[in-house]
Design a protein around this ligand. Sequence first.
Ligand SMILES: Cc1ncc(COP(=O)(O)O)c(C=O)c1O
Length: 330
Amino acid sequence: MILPIEDTPLHRLPNLARHLGVDADQLWVKREDLTGLAGGGNKARKLAAIVAHAVAQGCDHLVTGGGAQSNHARMTAAAANIAGLDCDLVLTPGRPGDESGNFLLDRILGAHIHRLEAAAMPYHELEAAIQARAGRLAEQGRRPYAIPIGGSSALGAATYIPVARELRQRLDPDLVVVAAGSGGTHAGLVAGFGDHGKVLGVDVGARPGLSAAVEELAAQAASHAGLPRPAGRCQMDTAQVGAGYGAPTDAALVALRVAARTDALLLDPVYTAKAMAGLFAVVRASPGMRVVFLHTGGLPGLFASRYAGWLTSSPPASSADGSGTAAGPS
Ligand SMILES: Cc1ncc(COP(=O)(O)O)c(C=O)c1O
């Protein structure tokens, strides 16, 4: 294996469970934020498989893309360095002066960065821009490997099959809650459980037609691993998106603060805070379930300058603290 992946911890969140009014044994976190690879996150497993494939094909260049604060782009740049490959990143522009967080790390890691002009580019146009960049490199005599947004090929998604198996063996949870951007992590977990009913994605607003994409990717990942097509239909919480991808919401800010102030679990503004807000809603609605929060990482996004004002703002007026009963943590 060119990129070594650490085993990640699985542990209870006892203070958060108490805060939400459930038993400590009912709330767990799988720490996919602690995978290693330049800050960690759910892209590490996907990239381990993708980079091995790229190297086996004789490629010398990784090409991918995303938003200016893409965790996937940052981790692809890191993976390329470890594997001795070049890396081109096609990124949408951040706000003026927004050279912080993941974008700063992309620069430190030495990726070749191509900023797009459109501030927000539709998902499929960004995919096309990644392909176009790879095409230009090929014309120059390079051997590029184009990685889809989020590393969500069937190969990438399938790397979450063993994680689902581990969770089933160790805990047999009723539900895993995960942030869904390109949908690959969600899909791989579903393929591993063989059942859509075991995984709730929380849509962060990155990809149009996300539920259909998850169903398609879950079937492809299962087939890639020689498993049957998963049962059931995709489960997706679409209520946490707010004004769109990367847009702050009150519920995400509450979830981010509560997780930090109970079990010192740090979440990111774009993905995991919205996923935790989705988990709060599920636990409130079905308090009897054993739930695992799959922490997908994203910590550098917390240090993106664009979020500093929001993160330090007064608590939302609605002040829902996630518990429905207990006072919010101070
Ligand atoms: C921190 C974080 N969480 C979750 C996701 C979503 O994962 P996926 O694209 O597999 O749906 C991403 C994707 O970029 C991410 O960076």
